[in-house]
Design a protein around this ligand. Sequence first.
Ligand code: DUC
Ligand code: ZN
Ligand code: ZN
Length: 466
Amino acid sequence: MSRLLITGGTVVNATGPIPMDVLVDGETIAALYAPGTGPADVGTLDATGKYVIPGGIDVHTHMQLPFGGTAASDTFESGTIAAAWGGVTTIVDFAVQRTGEVVQESLAAWHAKAEGNCAVDYGFHMILGGVDDDALKAMDQLVDSEGITSFKMFMAYPGVFYSDDGQILRAMQKASDNGAMIMMHAENGIAIDVLAAQALSRGQTDPIFHGLTRPSVLEGEATNRAIVLAGVAGAPLYFVHLSASEALAKVAEARDAGRNVFAETCPQYLYLTLEDQLGAPGFEGAKWVASPPLRSKHENHLPDLWKGLRTDDLAVVSTDHCPFCMKDQKELGIGNFTKIPNGIGTVEHRMNLIYQGVVDGKLSLARWVETCSTTPARLFGMYPRKGVIAPGSDADIVLYDPNGTSDLGLASQHMNMDYSAWEGFRIDGHVDTVLSRGSVVVSDGTFSGRAGHGRYVRRGPSDLLR
Ligand code: DUC
Ligand code: ZN
Ligand code: ZN
């Protein structure tokens, strides 16, 4: 296969920026050279003035997820093409086992959806919707033979995805035995359902009541409960889509105590608010209905989350990419906010949105790469194959132009949605060129990849457990 030297750029790994040329040989990175010292008999890709970063890794997506009588509007094809446009070269999606389903059959159904359709590499976590003896046995088999080393459980959505504390404890005990990571959606769903029913009975049907009936203290409570349960089981724990100061405080406390507790947040919780988006007039706020909900700008959630990213109490930025169109999908909840499909589409914009944090002085360049690529790879058993520009790693590489701009919105996006949750956001940077395992898939404003190029990534155990 062909060799390609990426010249003149600044390589940014989690360890920091350094001017280097990068030699790609086939699908992998062969070597790094001091600028101008690489081989002369190879093709070149000019990265002058650009950052050369490991491809983004989004460890929280829901392509084609059935939800609330409809399904997330991005297929594995459209969603991974959008990911590529946004500098994301690996996604980890959630295969779903519902109550009563056989875990391995549910997993096979997710493979069938994804195989041959992805433009970038992909892996799976497994959602456990029904913990019983068979599901617990299946956890071992998935870890040993299927390359799935992380299992998501829900303290929210009673009757849909919900697990009670006993089921959670049993799964955590299993994870403590087999080295898997438990991923938790921490919101007290039982209490939320009471508040939501009470709101509806008062005639409070607008989208903002989705947020007002899911108060941040109920995320804090569930976060604390999950940490206690994981402590009893001796299991590692990773909180998905952490949105609230109360939850972050509990994670920080556990980490300070030396516990294997980790958390991610998502761009929507760093930039968008209950009042400005979810509270938009009429039914408009439905665009931003997701769980957990956007938080109040009158509290300290947003600055706390940015701070958590700096201090590593938040280790990862993912997206919880779960797009729905307004027409025929979000509209299912007109007159009843509980029927609005939950989710926001962001897979295409995460690298840009978090880079804006660098421009705004909230994060370092190294931390941008660490939270969006390196730590996701390390926490979820893909490192050093993914998440780093280093010899032997997959040549998943993004040339990021700090002098470019990106205007986010419906007119330019590739996600399969009829609106953008990020309309009007202007980013002071631009994804210029994207390589997925050595193949250029985006350059010069053109997608040159193909559905089917993306391969299933079998993951190992987490690299970050103490
Ligand atoms: N939250 C969402 O907003 N959508 C899908 C599932 C979830 O937990
Ligand atoms: Zn969730
Ligand atoms: Zn999710």
